[in-house]
Ligand binder design. Structure first.
Ligand SMILES: NC(=O)c1ccc[n+]([C@@H]2O[C@H](COP(=O)([O-])OP(=O)(O)OC[C@H]3O[C@@H](n4cnc5c(N)ncnc54)[C@H](OP(=O)(O)O)[C@@H]3O)[C@@H](O)[C@H]2O)c1
Length: 447
């Protein structure tokens, strides 16, 4: 079957940096599809190819078309319909994949236009619709989008993206937890004391301000990526790794989390200053939450994430209770921990105490390390390649369900209140509230 991807936001950052490399690799792997890129920035295909720096005469180039498409211009729909008709060219075995990679304020209009386009071409072809995260601005808009979508697509045909689910470390979290007896038996509130999830980025968002200023850190990462990580860390064993069984367990986790009350927001000082504007969109957040299920209740989960930091950190730290130091009456004995680093390379460390040489019964924490690249090589496909491949294959295992999305909006809703205090932090420094929040519980960030 021939597949056609209609790429809304075909001139955007996501398309250029992530989607086009993924499409290129998948074509090289033997998939056969055509991409129709849509955007306003370039008048025609030639300018598009040049502007997006797509290699001339490459395999990808041969599978790429461009339509100048402004959603505010009613003639765009007719041009796109014509292009789709030309590509279909009377073939009957065709699948149309509409991929929306636009800022969320445009989703509603895009979905309406897709419905018109689809009613023109949908005779005897199959179809899918792919929607980038965040799905909606809040619970109400997510429900509204879904209602409009479901007038033209079945739930089976809707792919809601959270590309973190395509990341190797996320899938490895489930394998590590559920394919290892020793990990299973220690992964609960009898042994785990606390969990830290830290995603600090050094870059700002001024390049993508038009998009980011309406979004902020809560909608950009916490409602989706971070809460998905929490579900992977704390869900119970699924009956199988089928999409339905995994979703069942994730929903239980999300439903057990109360709307977040313990949180702080910040924004970096220079946000918007390049354009001479002062923008009060949060770019950093620190928060604490609990998963109130039988095996995880009582474990505080501390989260810290945002932009314009001094050092890039992508780390999950699972700290175990330290009963040994009491039993052995020795305060120098350190706790055990599992440390998962996800970037620049995936490593998993298990920290244990072993004897320090030339001492009399003194121990020292040492790390047992798994390094993904050293063990498996560096050829693991990027998250977007895995995600797009699943879409082409009609496999829904790496996509959050609508229920998960709605529960996630419910959890972050208090953080979306626009009248709250936002600390201004100097560029490349951490907001002061991050330290304050965790110090209140007599703890420190692991990094
Ligand atoms: N960038 C990333 O790394 C990344 C990662 C994960 C998820 N995402 C998600 O991907 C989506 C897009 O993000 P992005 O970073 O690619 O945004 P972006 O760089 O700002 O691109 C926005 C796209 O929307 C198009 N557009 C805007 N207004 C339009 C209109 N009226 N009619 C037709 N097209 C219009 C733009 O076309 P013109 O510029 O040609 O007008 C451009 O192609 C967002 O939902 C974001 O959350 C992005």
């Amino acid at each position: 079957m021939r597949q056609i991807i209609v790429q809304f936001g075909g001139t955007g950052d996501l398309a250029q940096k992530k989607l086009y490399p993924a499409y290129r690799n998948l074509l090289n792997k033997g998939y056969d599809f055509t991409v129709i890129a849509l955007g306003r920035r370039y008048p025609d295909c030639e300018a598009f190819i040049k502007g997006m720096e797509i290699e001339n005469n490459s395999d990808f180039h041969k599978h790429l078309e461009y339509v100048h498409y402004d959603m505010a211009d009613p003639t765009g729909i007719g041009n796109l319909e014509q292009k789709i008709d030309d590509i279909i060219d009377c073939a009957t075995s065709i699948e149309l994949i509409y991929y929306i990679a636009l800022q969320p304020s445009l989703y509603e209009e895009a979905i309406k236009q897709i419905k018109i386009i689809d009613s023109h071409v949908s005779c005897s072809i199959s179809k899918k619709i792919v929607v980038e995260k965040p799905f909606g601005f809040d619970s109400a808009s997510a429900r509204r989008y879904n209602k409009i979508l479901s007038q033209a697509f079945t739930d089976e045909e809707i792919y809601r993206i959270d590309h973190y689910l395509g990341k190797e470390f996320m899938q490895n979290l489930l394998i590590m937890r559920f394919h290892n007896d020793i990990i299973r038996s220690i992964w609960n509130n009898r042994t785990i004391e606390s969990i830290q999830i830290i995603f600090d980025e050094t870059h700002g968002v001024d390049q993508r301000l038009g998009f980011y200023e309406k979004i902020g850190v809560v909608r950009d990462t916490i409602q989706n990526h971070i809460l998905q990580i929490v579900t992977y860390l704390t869900m119970s064993e699924p009956a199988s790794f089928s999409p339905e069984d995994i979703a069942t367990e994730k929903i239980k986790v999300l439903r057990s989390i109360k709307p977040i009350q313990d949180y702080h927001l910040g924004r970096y000082e220079s946000l918007g200053s390049a354009g001479g504007r002062r923008i009060n969109t949060p770019t950093y957040a620190a928060l604490k939450l609990y998963v109130n299920t039988f095996y995880y209740a009582g474990i505080p989960i501390y989260i810290r994430t945002g932009k314009m930091q001094g050092k890039a950190v992508s780390q999950i730290y699972v700290k175990f209770k330290n009963t040994t130091k009491t039993v052995m009456n020795d305060d120098k004995i350190r706790e055990n921990g599992v440390i998962i680093n996800t970037h620049p390379e995936l490593t998993i460390d298990i920290s244990m105490n072993l004897k320090e040489p030339n001492t009399s019964w003194k121990s020292k924490p040492v790390k047992f390390r798994f390094n993904h690249a050293e063990t498996f090589g560096v050829n693991t496909p990027e998250a977007y390649e895995q995600i797009v491949e699943k879409i082409l294959q009609s496999d829904k295992s790496l996509f959050p369900t609508m229920r998960e999305i709605l529960e996630s909006w419910r959890i972050v809703e208090p953080m979306l209140n626009e009248t709250q205090d936002i600390e201004i932090y100097p560029d490349h420094t951490r907001p002061k509230f991050a330290k304050r929040m965790i110090a209140k519980d007599h703890l420190k960030w692991f990094v």
